[in-house]
Ligand binder design. Structure first.
Ligand code: FAD
Length: 402
């Protein structure tokens, strides 16, 4: 594994750093609160994604014809390294996250693999500019970990599917333009074989979105009801009844997205800052030997994760399969993020749980918020227990549990 940057990559890193210094939105620094219920914040984040895209820093490896920066003769290593450098620099600059992540990192790469040419041309460019935001319609009441048991029905008659049923925990559905959705198209075959993957316009008649309030207080996810919703056949991705394979491609992209090393590094930097600046008995909390021990333990875990991601990058550059790496990333990073927030609350002592609006709030109330939010991410995208099952069965070849 070669951890050094080439002179060309170092020059690109400098260019990105300079660009971020000039273009970062004013309220970016330290404002990682998701606030998905706030329309003003949504508009700001859309504008930020568009700026980032127009500067050439988003989806660098996508083919140019779909809005990316790659030409047929482009060097794969160069493209991958550029995207990695941008991600790392964004973390260091505390840049806001990309609001259209479910498009750019989940359904986009899935369409590249399984979509028709018309679907790629229609949907990929607008994902990058944040003109169209996507949500994921997988989970249903009673079908979470056991996703293949889903009951939402899509009946194909002529050129249209008619969709009836319900999804739940649908993040961002309250402002999404499109949903990638799993529906049962054949109820008479074993459960994995009768599912299809559909792209549904969220403005279609018959769709009702009802917000659910999370423990963070945000209305980040929703129930979505379908009543006689018509979906054109051309919005089917992959073959009819074969959506399970397509769904799994998206799940793997999702786990990589949730397992982002950069987010974990950013959180850890925030924790170090809190420990160095917050004082207890007249001294910074960071001088307490017990706290130092726990910080060191987390630092080691963060670094191990960073090197694991470099190993993955090396595998990618050498064309080796990622195997179950996405599940390892998802498991390790979501649990680590929550452990970082847990220690941050301890570092802040009685100031820790104070809400955003409190007079004495520290770090704008980010820590209690992230403590709750990161707990949700241990569940979302497949729980830790499910990731452990995947690692054990598919990675280590252990027998299936009962
Ligand atoms: C913040 C957040 C955002 C989300 N966003 C979306 C979204 O945008 N779109 C979407 O479709 N879904 C979304 N989800 C739903 C998420 O995918 C499900 O919550 C998750 O898959 C778990 O399903 P469940 O909630 O039905 O729990 P269950 O499947 O009922 O699991 C309950 C418990 O049993 C354990 N368990 C279940 N089966 C097994 C097993 N075989 N072996 C060991 N343990 C097991 C689980 O680990 C868990 O602890 C989101 C969830 C959260 C928390």
């Amino acid at each position: 594994m070669d951890l050094s940057l080439t002179p060309r990559e170092t020059a690109f890193q400098r260019e990105v750093r300079r660009w971020l210094r000039r273009n970062l939105p004013k309220r970016a620094r330290g404002s990682e609160l998701t606030e998905f219920g706030d329309p003003k914040r949504i508009a700001e984040l859309k504008a930020w994604q568009k700026t980032l895209y127009e500067a050439g820093y988003l989806a660098i490896g996508w083919p140019r014809e779909y809005g990316g920066r790659a030409d047929p003769g482009s060097d794969r290593r160069d493209l991958l390294m550029r995207q990695t450098i941008v991600s790392e620099e964004m973390v260091k600059a505390h840049a806001p996250s990309v609001i259209g992540m479910m498009g750019v990192q989940m359904v986009g790469p899935t369409l590249m693999q399984h979509g028709t040419e018309a679907q790629k041309k229609r949907f990929l460019p607008s994902m990058l500019t944040a003109e169209e935001i996507w949500c994921q319609g997988y989970s249903e009441p009673g079908s979470g970990s056991d996703l293949a048991s889903l009951k939402t029905r899509a009946e194909l008659v002529g050129d249209f599917f008619t969709v009836n049923g319900q999804k739940v925990w649908t993040s961002n559905a309250q402002f999404a333009d499109w949903m990638f959705c799993l529906a049962r198209t054949d109820p008479n075959v074993p459960k994995h074989r009768g599912i299809s993957y559909l792209l549904i316009d969220m403005r279609s008649p018959g769709i009702t979105v009802r917000p659910l309030v999370q423990m963070t207080g945000d209305r980040g996810f929703n129930e979505v009801f379908f009543e006689e919703v018509r979906v054109p056949r051309e919005n089917l991705v992959g073959d009819l009844h074969q959506g399970w394979q397509v769904a799994n491609a998206t799940l793997s992209h999702e786990r990589n997205m949730l397992g982002s090393t950069t987010r974990t590094q950013q959180m850890f930097q925030g924790l170090l800052h809190a420990a160095r600046t917050h004082r207890r008995n007249g001294k910074p909390v960071s001088v307490d030997p017990v706290i130092r021990q726990r910080l060191a333990d987390l630092a080691i875990r963060v670094e191990s994760m960073r090197y694991h991601s470099y190993r993955q990058l090396t595998d990618l550059l050498r064309g080796r399969s990622a195997g179950i790496a996405a599940s390892v990333n998802k498991l390790v990073s979501t649990e680590l993020n929550h452990a970082i927030c847990t220690l941050a609350l301890e570092v802040l002592g009685s100031y820790g749980p104070l809400e955003r609006k409190s007079r004495y709030v520290v770090d704008r109330g980010i820590w209690p918020y992230e403590f709750m939010f990161t707990l949700g991410l241990i569940i979302g995208g497949g729980t830790s227990q499910i990731q452990k099952n995947i690692i054990a069965e598919r990675g280590l070849g252990m027998p299936k549990g009962g």
